[in-house]
Design a protein around this ligand. Structure first.
Ligand SMILES: Nc1ncnc2c1ncn2[C@@H]1O[C@H](COP(=O)(O)OP(=O)(O)O)[C@@H](O)[C@H]1O
Ligand SMILES: [Mg+2]
Length: 390
């Protein structure tokens, strides 16, 4: 059992820099939680407060129901893996992993058993007698994880453990962390600035910005129903296209009017707008690059664009296009349904027509930038006018 609970947790550095504002989160036993957000948003600070490496300015941190605010790091039963591994260069891999057990005067036999078992899980048995300098980055990272594994930790904290690795190794280690998680059945809190890592590793993701939580949800939830424009643009790559447009309501139907088109918001998104009683207004519309499709010239709701950049990725091509009104959009086009000639025609300066459907649209308030399909507590008298009953 290892739950972690943060209640109104705040961090102020030097009485002036508020690094974390009012952080509230309930982490379940054995859950894999990822804190993600741009550099400086307070991820490491929050993790370090949980670990006991940073004083908590305000609020409560509980591990397994016990308030740990005043406990030393060593008494919190947590294990932490850092970005820079922090291995002892003069010790072998075995002794690096055994270090904390030796400090605690574990019997020799138990040290041996714990280290060899962790090494086996991590696939580093053959390197146990080597020094860290004789290992690759990925192998060093595994030793750092192994060192954390040998202890009786209730919670595993990892701060950007893969960010020093090259792209290929990072993908490989990401898969290994998923396997590791299946083998060491414990609670994980993982910090990264990389949305792909967050999406692929997390049971739930905590998206942060400027010391505030912007959304907490499963990867599917934050991708399909981003709470606000920040989350919408942060999750997903290439990032969601967002632009101002009018939301209209005519004869019981909603429409948007991007770049001269008039597209009905059909399907469940339209139903949801009606259910939420969203008033016609200028909005920020969001459409993911993979949800825009090529259309025929002159076809219904075909938006004319010019190709500015063509990034051929093999199975898909990323087109950076410009609308006639000068808006720049990114379109991900799968190449499988295109003929060779059609693919070759997607070049700089070529005209293409694009369109998208109601079900792929995301609607944001143009000032507050929140998702108009998510219920808010505050409501103004204007919101109460009933447009869906016209
Ligand atoms: N020891 C410190 N003293 C003062 N400010 C700090 C300290 N550590 C971090 N900060 C500030 O707190 C904010 C959050 O930092 P951090 O938690 O490291 O962000 P992240 O890990 O998300 O990149 C930043 O504005 C950073 O400059
Ligand atoms: Mg950090």
């Amino acid at each position: 059992m290892a739950t972690v609970k943060l209640t109104n947790v705040k961090k102020v550095y030097d009485n002036k820099v508020v690094a974390v504002h009012d952080f509230n989160l309930d982490i379940a036993d054995k859950e894999f939680i990822v804190f993600v957000g741009p550099s400086g948003c307070g991820k490491s600070t929050t993790l370090r407060m949980i670990a006991g490496l940073e004083e908590i300015s305000d609020g409560i941190v509980e591990i397994d129901g016990e308030v740990v605010n005043d406990l030393q790091p060593k008494d919190r039963h947590i294990a932490m893996v850092f970005q820079n591994y922090a291995l002892y260069p003069h010790l072998t891999v075995f002794e690096n992993m055994a270090f904390s057990l030796r400090l605690k005067k574990y019997p020799q036999k138990e040290v041996y058993e714990r280290v060899t078992k962790a090494a086996e899980i991590l696939g580093i048995t053959e390197y146990l007698t080597r020094k860290p300098r004789a290992l690759s980055g990925g192998q060093r990272q595994r030793v750092a994880i192994g060192r954390a594994m040998v202890r009786d930790s209730k919670v595993f904290l990892m701060d950007e453990p893969l960010s020093n690795l090259d792209a290929k190794l990072r993908n490989q280690m990401r898969a290994e962390i998923i396997l590791l998680r299946q083998r060491i059945d414990t609670t994980f809190i993982y910090v990264t600035h990389d949305q792909t890592e967050a999406m692929t590793l997390g049971d739930r993701i905590v998206i942060m910005k400027d010391g505030y939580i912007m959304q907490v949800g499963t990867p599917t939830e934050v991708f399909e129903m981003p709470d606000n424009l920040f989350v919408a643009e942060f999750i997903g790559a290439p990032k969601m296209n967002t632009f101002k447009t009018d939301l209209l309501y005519e004869n019981g139907k909603y429409y948007v009017t991007p770049f001269g088109a008039k597209i009905e918001v059909d399907g469940y998104k339209g139903e949801k707008l009606a259910e939420m009683n969203v008033k016609p207004q200028e909005i920020i519309l969001g459409v993911r690059p993979e949800h825009i499709v090529l259309a025929k010239a002159g076809g219904e709701n075909a938006i004319k664009c010019t190709i500015e950049v063509n990034e051929m990725m093999g199975s898909e091509v990323h087109l950076h296009v410009k609308t006639e009104s000068g808006e720049r959009l990114i379109v991900r086009v799968p190449t499988i349904n295109l003929s060779f000639e059609e693919r070759e025609a997607l070049i700089y300066g070529a005209k293409v027509y694009i369109t998208f459907e109601g079900k792929v649209m995301h609607f944001f308030d143009k000032e507050k930038e929140h998702n108009l399909l998510i219920k808010r507590e505050e409501s103004t008298s204007q919101d109460e006018e009933d447009y869906s009953l016209e």
